[in-house]
Design a protein around this ligand. Structure first.
Ligand code: PAF
Length: 282
């Protein structure tokens, strides 16, 4: 596996990989890789001849009071994992390569970017859409793979790809979880033992709300109860617990089409997000 940090070398390496019509899958990440990322790499391997993984902790998607400074960075360990998975290229540019002096452009996706994390983290999805558009232009993949754990992000990227006619097929991979149900996330590394134990309430409470709604409970009551249970478990604040259309992310109050319950809440200094499918019972 080659680790590449400049765009010229990347372009030449991609041309070489694409020789003879081989397909390329990109897995964009911010590093601190775990089994959730490796599931994305496995999905990428199933879709293309060569896998390129990018590691870039993107400053543009962090707000001024967020965790950019303390976001875990472990490139050597990450590179060893990717090498063992048979990835072709680790694309690891620095901030000056991605955002050179005078950089003044932004990709902004209306609609799906608003509400939930769009409200809680102003500018976050502009930062994500901008860097993902750049990664697509840099790597020129046929396929790109993202986790469903960041469900709103996945919707933003799908919308952007369609709207801008980007020739990239987007694949979403189901959330990978620990044995106790907690979604794998690089940010779980911030949790103390006590917080980690309390954090298990997040998938459990969402599961209970999803089951209640599927069994016919009033959605707004079930979501309100979920919020109260999260607060009781020690989450503070609970940014949102919402049910949205699984495809459009429009707010839904009753279950007539596949939906998703999405939540974000802070435990100690760590903000966790999660989401689960809610299916109408036929
Ligand atoms: O999901 C992430 O790790 C990031 O938001 C992404 C897609 C790599 C963009 O920086």
């Amino acid at each position: 596996m080659q680790t590449i940090r400049d765009i010229d070398t990347l372009r030449k390496a991609v041309v070489e990989l694409k020789k003879d019509g081989a397909g390329i899958a990109l897995v964009p990440t911010m590093g601190a890789l775990h089994a959730g990322h490796l599931a994305l790499v496995a999905a990428a391997k199933a879709e293309a001849d060569h896998v390129i993984v990018s590691i870039f902790v993107n400053p543009a998607q962090f707000g001024p009071n967020e965790d950019l400074g303390r976001y875990p960075r472990q490139e050597a360990e990450d590179a060893a994992m990717l090498e063992a998975e048979g990835c072709a290229i680790l694309w690891a540019p620095d901030a000056k390569t991605v955002y050179p002096e005078g950089f003044a452009s932004k990709v902004s996706v209306a609609g799906v970017s608003s509400g939930m994390d769009g409200d809680a983290r102003p500018g976050h999805f502009d930062g994500v859409a901008t860097v993902v558009a750049k990664l697509f232009n840099q790597v020129q993949p046929d396929v790109a793979v993202f986790g469903e754990k960041d469900y709103q992000q996945l919707a933003v990227i799908r919308r952007m790809t369609r709207d801008l006619d980007l020739p990239v097929r987007i694949i979403g991979v189901p959330t990978q979880r620990d044995a106790d149900g907690l979604a794998l996330s690089s940010r779980n590394a911030y949790l103390s033992e006590e917080e980690r134990a309390a954090a298990r309430a997040l998938p459990r409470v969402l599961g209970e709300a999803a089951a209640a709604i599927q069994e016919g409970a009033d959605a707004s009551e079930a979501l309100g109860a979920a919020r109260a249970k999260l607060e009781q478990a020690g989450f503070n604040p609970v940014d949102y617990v919402e049910m949205r259309d699984a495809e459009t992310l429009e707010t839904v109050s009753a279950l007539s089409r596949p939906a998703r319950i999405l939540a974000a809440a802070r435990i100690g200094t760590t903000r966790l997000i999660d989401n689960l499918a809610v299916m109408p019972v036929r």
